[in-house]
Design a protein around this ligand. Structure first.
Ligand SMILES: Cc1cc2nc3c(=O)[nH]c(=O)nc-3n(C[C@H](O)[C@H](O)[C@H](O)COP(=O)(O)O)c2cc1C
Length: 182
C-alpha cells in the first residue's frame, strides 16, 4: 500500500518520530512518501492508499501548516485510512492537556482521524538560543517533578515503543481495509 506521511516540526523531534513510523510501515512492506509539510504545498497528492499527518505543539498550538493541510483536504482524509499524531511536552507531563490539544485540532480542522497518537517531545536545551533555553527551563520548573531543568544537555521524552505501536495499529487498519476492498 502507498502511504503519504507529512509532518510539521520546528526543532526536529516530530521529524524523528515520522522516521520511526515510516520505518515500521516499510518493514511491513508498504511504500511511504515522507514529506516535511512545508514542502507539501498545502496538498495531499492523489494516488495514496493512506495518509498520516503529524504535528508538534508550540505555545498551545499545533503546527499551522498541518492544521491548514487538514482543513483543505477533507475529501482524501475521509476516503482513505488516515491517522494523526501530536507531539508535545504535555504528552509526557500532563496527558489531559495533550488530549485537549488533539480535541482542539479536531475542532479547528473539522477532521476526526480514525487513528490518533499522542507522543512526548523533547527539550533540546543545547540547541535552543539563549532566550528559548531560559524560557523552556522556566516552563519546565513550573511543572515540578515531571520535566528536566538541567540545561547542559537535551532531554527526550518520546516513548519509542508507543510510536511503534501507533504505526503497527495504523498498518493493521490499512491492511484490513485493503483486504476488505478486494
Ligand atoms: C517555544 C516552545 C514552545 C512550546 N510550547 C509547548 C506547549 O505549549 N505545550 C507543550 O506541551 N509543549 C510545548 N513545547 C514542547 C514541544 O512540543 C516539544 O519540544 C516538541 O518536541 C517539539 O517538536 P518539534 O521538534 O517537532 O517541533 C514547546 C516547545 C518550544 C521550544
Amino acid at each position: 500500500m502507498k502511504v503519504f506521511l507529512t509532518y510539521g516540526t520546528t526543532e526536529g523531534q516530530t521529524a524523528k518520530i515520522a522516521d520511526v513510523v515510516a520505518d515500521v510501515l516499510r518493514d511491513r512492506g508498504h511504500e511511504i512518501t515522507k514529506v516535511d509539510v512545508k514542502d507539501a504545498r498545502g496538498a495531499i497528492p492523489d494516488g495514496y492508499d493512506g495518509v498520516i499527518l503529524g504535528a508538534s505543539i508550540h505555545m498551545g498550538k499545533h503546527d499551522k501548516h498541518v492544521v491548514e493541510l487538514a482543513q483543505r483536504n477533507h475529501d482524501v482524509l475521509a476516503r482513505v485510512p488516515a491517522a494523526f499524531f501530536s507531539v508535545s511536552l504535555a504528552a509526557y507531563g500532563d496527558p489531559p492537556e495533550a488530549e485537549g490539544y488533539v480535541e482542539q485540532f479536531e475542532q479547528e480542522t473539522g477532521w476526526r482521524p480514525g487513528t490518533v497518537g499522542i507522543f512526548g517531545g523533547a527539550l533540546l536545551y543545547t540547541q535552543y538560543g539563549f532566550v528559548k533555553r531560559h524560557m523552556m527551563k522556566k516552563i519546565a520548573s513550573d511543572k515540578p517533578g515531571s520535566l528536566d531543568t538541567d540545561i547542559s544537555r537535551d532531554h527526550v521524552y518520546t516513548e519509542w515503543d508507543g510510536v511503534r505501536r501507533f504505526a503497527e495499529g495504523y498498518a493493521a487498519r490499512l491492511e484490513l481495509q485493503s483486504a476488505s476492498s478486494v
